[in-house]
Design a protein around this ligand. Structure first.
Ligand code: T4K
Length: 388
């Protein structure tokens, strides 16, 4: 066997790096904000970003927020969800926390093994008299089974709210992901393909939901700063919160949108390289692009079958760090394993597929600035690790 000599990367290779618009472009936006002296509360940049996102995402109604978590919490409020909501345990904590912070009990349903999304075949057995909705996540931007979920929801009179935090710009046979369900939520966090540093949005086909979210995110105030100028009486319609997106966030979004297509194209090349280089490594599985799906290339998850690969996912995770490669275990542990959850605050069906996924998953670095040859080098390291 040839001796294995692999050098660590000179700089750390993180799971992701934010897409950064040119400072020149950002300064141009900032200058306009400075000139207007309008920094938050329904400013011009917010409206411009809403308009551009509606066009980009091909959706009719959008409400921009300070982050994806608040977007989820307010979407849950605006849809009037209560009691129990069926969701996935294979996600980021924000999905469940948004339910719990609304006094709702998450009910965890197992996932399917191909794309790690909610398994529609296992949803119905978890429905009770208290169930008001289904909250699936489009994990890694791969769409959940929207058709089957829609049929189940209609049959049982349930609402559907999609956590589309990973699925910005995704389309299913040309149909934008934001058009499915009663509403969908995006995250615009710095680690997402499109970002506003921190930010998020609720999109929906129903203008009344957007209207509701727009006052819920603004303390419940029927808002428009122009009201004050025109001497229109404002009203407090509900116990809202402060979840607004400010003008600087919106400006970053506008500049980010201009370079997004390039970023996605670069990520696609990196993903292609990973797939070529990983194909022959026993025990490593990756997800392929699906026919009819426009992908977001937000993460590059692999699973590690310990028996076939030779060492465990955890061994690989730690060993990669020695080479300056910082992969992430998105999503381990399962939500149902969180130490901070009070007993009785959730209910779960059997979760064997989700548990296996959490034990085997590893997200490899993926971002526009990562070069395909760096991805190839990461794969060489992955190939060598069991023999070191
Ligand atoms: N639903 C789902 C399914 C989600 O995945 C998320 C968030 C949400 C809802 C909630 O949306 P937000 O409220 O966040 O908008 C990150 C993100 O903070 C989080 O947005 C994301 N999901 C989650 C999957 O990942 P961490 O704790 O892993 O991030 P962190 O700080 O370790 O960053 C990861 C890597 O990114 C770093 O190792 C280096 C790089 N990085 C990060 C930041 C912040 C940079 O290079 N520059 C940066 O500025 O949660």
């Amino acid at each position: 066997m040839p001796s294995i000599k692999l050098k660590p990367f000179n700089e750390p290779i993180f799971v992701t790096r934010p897409m950064l618009p040119s400072l020149k472009d950002v300064f141009r936006e900032l200058k306009e904000i400075w000139a207007a002296k309008w920094l938050t509360n329904s400013g011009a940049k917010l409206y411009q970003l809403e308009k551009e996102l509606k066009k980009f995402l091909d959706i009719d109604n959008i409400s921009l927020m300070c982050n994806g978590t608040q977007a989820l919490e307010l979407a849950i409020k605006a849809l009037g969800l209560k009691g129990e909501v069926i969701t996935t345990p294979f996600t980021f904590p924000a999905t469940s926390h948004a339910l719990m912070n609304n006094g709702i009990k998450p009910v965890y349903c197992d996932i399917e093994e191909n794309f790690f999304n909610l398994d529609p075949e296992k949803i119905e057995s978890l429905i009770t008299k208290k169930t008001t909705a289904i909250l699936p996540v489009h994990v890694y931007g791969n769409p959940a089974d929207v058709r089957k979920i829609d049929v189940i929801a209609k049959k049982h009179g349930l609402k559907v709210l999609y956590d589309a935090a990973h699925a910005f710009g995704v389309k299913i046979n040309g149909e934008p992901i934001g058009r499915f369900g009663d509403a969908a939520v995006f995250s615009f966090h710095a680690t997402k393909v499109f970002h506003t540093i921190e930010g998020g949005a609720v999109v929906t086909n129903d203008p009344q939901i957007t209207e509701k979210i727009n006052y819920l995110k603004n303390f419940g105030i029927t808002h428009n700063p122009i009201f004050h100028i025109k001497n229109v009486e404002v009203q407090i319609l509900a116990a809202g919160t402060n979840a607004k997106m400010n003008e600087l966030q919106a400006a970053i979004g506008l500049t980010a949108l201009r370079i997004l297509d390039q970023e996605i194209a670069k990520r696609k090349m990196v993903a292609r390289q990973y797939r070529m280089s990983l194909a022959e490594i026993p025990g490593i599985r990756f997800l392929n692009d699906q026919k009819g799906i426009k992908h977001s290339y937000i993460y590059f998850p692999i699973t590690v079958n310990e028996k076939e690969y030779g060492v465990s996912r955890d061994h690989l995770f730690v060993a990669l760090k020695k080479y300056n490669v910082f992969a992430r275990k998105y999503f381990h542990p399962l939500t149902t394993e969180y130490a901070g959850y009070e007993k009785g605050s959730w209910r779960a069906g059997r979760l064997p597929v989700a548990q296996k996924a959490a034990d085997e998953i590893l997200c490899l670095p993926l971002y526009g600035e990562l070069k395909p040859n760096q991805a190839a080098q990461i794969c060489k390291i992955i190939e060598a690790i069991p023999r070191l």
